[in-house]
Design a protein around this ligand. Structure first.
Ligand code: F6R
Length: 635
């Protein structure tokens, strides 16, 4: 294998990209409607490498990643092994990285992850799987181990296909911002964003290891073929930087621009910030729908820092929107139409306003009252994402049911469980506790990660979160009997990155939907990582609606963990007065047990959306909760 820099033919790669789609992308990018399809495509490439090597009597060397992203791909490889006879007997693997200081059996160790997600399910030879070893040696010993890892890759003939995910810090492997392009396998300090993103897995930020061992950027660039996979809106921004901005140490994934055979494989949500999707008029001539005009004109308004109604023809031309004017319209009429379009998304009546002209309102008023069903993946999601709207629906006489699909117990901090145990002991329940929890209490106290996964501990945590959610909902005027907790089995029997959806999950959601028969539905997770509880919850609700058509032709999507909706994505904005904002703040304060709760952030997000509407020249509100309409036929 030559040195990566000798093998670069960046100019040619640029050319290829130019042919593919547009002049913005510096790496070939394939976009698929959803992650499963994308993962299958990569699995096919891997399978074909393995098989062709088998025919030649040679080995295939794979570079593997961990995390949520490769899971659908590993599941497909396992399926190919089980159902289509794909053998891994000639495969050698090298993993990208491993946390420092974790025992191989720690639930979050990448060694265990690989066993559970792939190695235990295929016929890969013992001794053919390699994971960097990051455990407690002296600095010098660690350095030697890292060098030996590099040597082992070379001895195996180099990596044929390298799989990568991308962190929100822009890392590949654990090459955090600042990692040089020439870096090799070494010990690194994890970025704060990386540790924050792992904090739910580790039951809190402070439990996330500070360091790890990772292959270097230079090591990765030596692979013959590189696939970087990314799913969900959470990755969209960093994907765009890696693909479209000049390469830099700030986002180490951008160094893939210099690889001769690297490809990004994305779902639509992760690709959503690429210029060709976000600003398609800059890339190609397009057919202008109303929504596209709204997007383009609000973008021009932001770019020129002028409210919509003040845009003039020159602003359109200078923003690359000359063809909109050329189509026979002028800026004046376009401005007014777009302004009205935005104005019509605003309503204080999320369930429709009775006896009002409803032609331009986001939601029809009949029937009234409605039966609104609001789905949360984890019980707190809807309160955080749309607490003020829930309050309004209730105040406006609708029948409101909040459905928590999972118990959310994985997000409850160990300290909360210990606090409850202490309370129960104080009121004389010691015996009951020891009977139920045995030595798990002591193990929890010393931060044993396995103890946190014990079913009895999780049951206790479910009870804590449930009580908090009931309390929080009551602050928004929602009684306990309006809350339904489904505790879906995929969550109870899994953990983050280890969720397996079965028919039992589908049946439970479909049955509930049939019983409730709502005519107003809210759900989050449409652009979430499909492996996250939110992503899975959305897919379950969508499948249930396909099975049991509801009596409305659309549902409303709110954002919970993902980046807030941009004005052009919004179909309904519910203004929040200062008093209601305070009410929501009060409700959210009652949720304390959850790791990484986005209370403050979500209250600020509500303010930011209102500020964005204000900047477009619309009315100035304290805050807003916003929703996107999704047609049932599109689910
Ligand atoms: C994991 C790794 C990381 C992850 C990245 C994305 O081995 O090297 O770079 O690929 O942090 O993580 P997920 O897939 O969990 O979003």
């Amino acid at each position: 294998m030559g040195h990566p820099l000798q093998r670069c033919w960046k100019d040619c790669a640029w050319q290829t990209v130019g042919d593919m789609h547009d002049r913005y992308e510096k790496i070939p990018v394939q976009v698929y409607p959803e992650a499963g399809e994308a993962a299958c495509r990569v699995a096919v490439e891997i399978a074909s490498l393995i098989r062709s090597r088998q025919e030649e009597g040679r080995d295939a060397v794979l570079g593997l990643a961990t995390g949520s992203t490769p899971i659908p791909l590993y599941r497909e490889l396992i399926r190919l092994h089980r159902e289509e006879g794909l053998s891994f007997s000639n495969v050698t693997t090298f993993n990208l990285d491993e946390y420092s200081g974790l025992d191989a059996n720690h639930p979050e160790s990448y060694t265990r992850f690989m066993r559970e997600q792939l190695f235990d399910h295929v016929d890969i030879g013992e001794g053919r799987t390699n994971i960097p070893n990051a455990s407690g040696d002296s600095a010098e010993e660690l350095e030697n181990k890292c060098a030996a890892y590099e040597q082992k890759i070379l001895d195996a003939g180099g990596i044929d296909i390298q799989l990568l995910g991308i962190g929100r810090s822009g890392h590949i492997g654990f090459n955090e911002p600042g990692s040089p392009v020439t870096s090799r396998t070494r010990v690194v300090t994890l970025d704060r964003i990386t540790r924050l993103d792992a904090s739910a897995d580790f039951q809190g930020f402070h439990n996330v290891p500070r360091t790890a061992v990772t292959m270097g950027v230079g090591t990765i660039l030596e692979a013959d073929k590189v696939f970087l996979l990314a799913w969900g809106k959470g990755k969209a921004d960093v994907v765009r930087i890696a693909v479209e901005e000049p390469e830099s140490e700030v986002v180490t994934a951008s160094f893939l621009q210099r690889h001769f055979n690297a490809e990004f494989v994305l779902d639509e949500a992760a690709a959503g910030d690429l210029t060709r999707l976000r600003y398609p008029w800059l890339v190609d001539s397009i057919s202008w729908t109303r929504r596209m005009k709204r997007r383009a004109i609000s973008w021009a308004s932001g770019k020129t820092e002028k409210p919509i109604l003040k845009l003039v023809d020159d602003d359109y031309n200078e923003s690359g929107l000359g063809d909109l004017i050329a189509e026979g319209e002028n800026s004046y009429s376009l401005n007014i139409a777009t302004f009205n379009d935005f104005q019509h998304t605003i309503t204080g009546w999320p369930g429709g306003k009775p006896d009002a002209n409803e032609e331009t309102r986001p939601e029809k008023s009949t029937p009234h009252p409605k039966h609104a069903v609001i789905f949360s993946a984890e019980p707190q999601d809807a309160l955080v994402g749309m607490g003020a709207t829930i309050n309004r629906l209730k105040e406006q006489g609708h029948h409101v049911t909040l459905v928590a699909l999972t118990s959310g117990n994985l997000r409850v901090r160990d300290e909360e469980a210990l606090k409850l145990i202490r309370c129960l002991k104080t009121v004389g329940q010691s015996e009951q506790i020891s009977h139920q929890l045995g030595d798990h209490v002591e193990r929890l106290q010393v931060g044993d990660a396995e103890a946190a996964l014990n079913p009895e501990v999780r049951k206790l945590k479910s009870a804590i979160l449930r009580a908090e959610v009931v309390d929080s909902a009551s602050a928004l005027g929602i009684d306990e009997d309006a809350l339904q907790f489904l505790d879906l089995p995929f969550y109870e029997s899994g953990r983050f990155r280890q969720f397996h959806v079965t028919d039992a999950d589908h049946e439970a959601v479909a049955k509930l939907l049939e019983t409730l028969n709502p005519n107003l539905v809210f759900v989050a997770g449409s652009v979430a990582d499909p492996m996250s509880p939110q992503g899975i919850a959305f897919q379950l609700v969508a499948a249930a609606i396909r099975k049991f058509p509801i009596t409305t032709d659309h549902i409303w999507c709110y954002r919970h963990r993902e980046e807030a909706l941009k004005p052009y994505e919004i179909d309904m904005s519910v203004p929040i007065s200062p008093v209601q904002h305070e009410l929501k703040g009060n409700a959210l304060q009652r949720l304390r047990a959850v790791v990484d709760l986005r209370n403050e952030e979500s209250l600020n997000d509500d303010r930011s959306v209102a500020a964005a509407y204000d900047e477009l020249g619309l009315a100035e509100y304290e805050a807003m909760e916003v929703f996107q309409r999704v047609k049932v036929e599109k689910l």
